[in-house]
Design a protein. Structure first.
Length: 209
């Protein structure tokens, strides 16, 4: 069992960060910022809206301005400083993050959502190219029909020293607002709660406005 401080990122995220010489910060240590509310600002997921964990409740951090300190693997580098995020964790090896970006117009939002999808489409190949000690496989779970659409992806990574991690991603858009949701835990992609995550992704986009 890991300590809560390790739950800011999945093992794949921490391994990539460590290879680059960076250290992921705990989700609970993120600086607080006023949560967007009212005036048409996007709303965020709550802990109850994540796929249920069989043995632990989900905990939620505050809605915080800026990029998450532990960037989502592959897609994280594309997140702008105008991002707003919320992190989630359980008492075991499961964690999640939602990042939302409000663009100036719909055209820019379309382009940003397409960029995130491009990053995820090539994620496994990029990880294997940049990190010879990892075997990565990914899967596309399709597009969900909600607002302007939500695209769902899966990524499994196995490191040669024994770590095995499953991640699920969703990229969705409503008008000029784009949201990225990542769920991750130790284990195989076949054990990931894909149906539950799809429900979470639908909720995330429906709550944007």
């Amino acid at each position: 069992m890991r300590t809560r401080g390790a739950l800011a990122a999945t093992t794949v995220g921490m391994c990539v960060a460590a290879t680059a010489g960076a250290v992921a910060a705990p989700a609970v240590a993120a600086p607080a910022a006023a949560a967007p509310s009212g005036g048409g600002e996007p709303r965020f997921l709550t802990s109850r809206e994540l796929p249920p964990h069989p043995t632990s409740a989900w905990h939620a951090g505050r809605v915080t301005a800026g990029q998450p300190e532990a960037l989502p693997v592959c897609a994280g580098e594309a997140l702008p400083s105008t991002s707003v995020h919320r992190t989630f964790w359980t008492d075991l090896d499961t964690n999640a993050v939602q990042v939302t970006v409000v663009e100036r117009d719909t055209r820019r939002a379309k382009e940003f959502a397409a960029l995130l999808r491009e990053k995820l489409d090539g994620c496994a190949a990029r990880l294997e190219r940049e990190h010879p000690d990892v075997e990565a496989k990914q899967k596309y779970y399709g597009k969900l029909n909600v607002e302007e659409g939500v695209h769902v992806y899966g990524l499994h990574t196995a490191w040669n020293w024994g770590a095995s991690d499953a991640n699920l991603f969703a990229v969705g858009r409503d008008g000029r607002t784009v949201t990225l949701v990542r769920w991750g835990q130790l284990g195989k992609l076949s054990d990931a709660p894909v149906s539950g995550f799809k429900a979470t992704a639908r909720t995330a986009v429906n709550k944007l406005y």
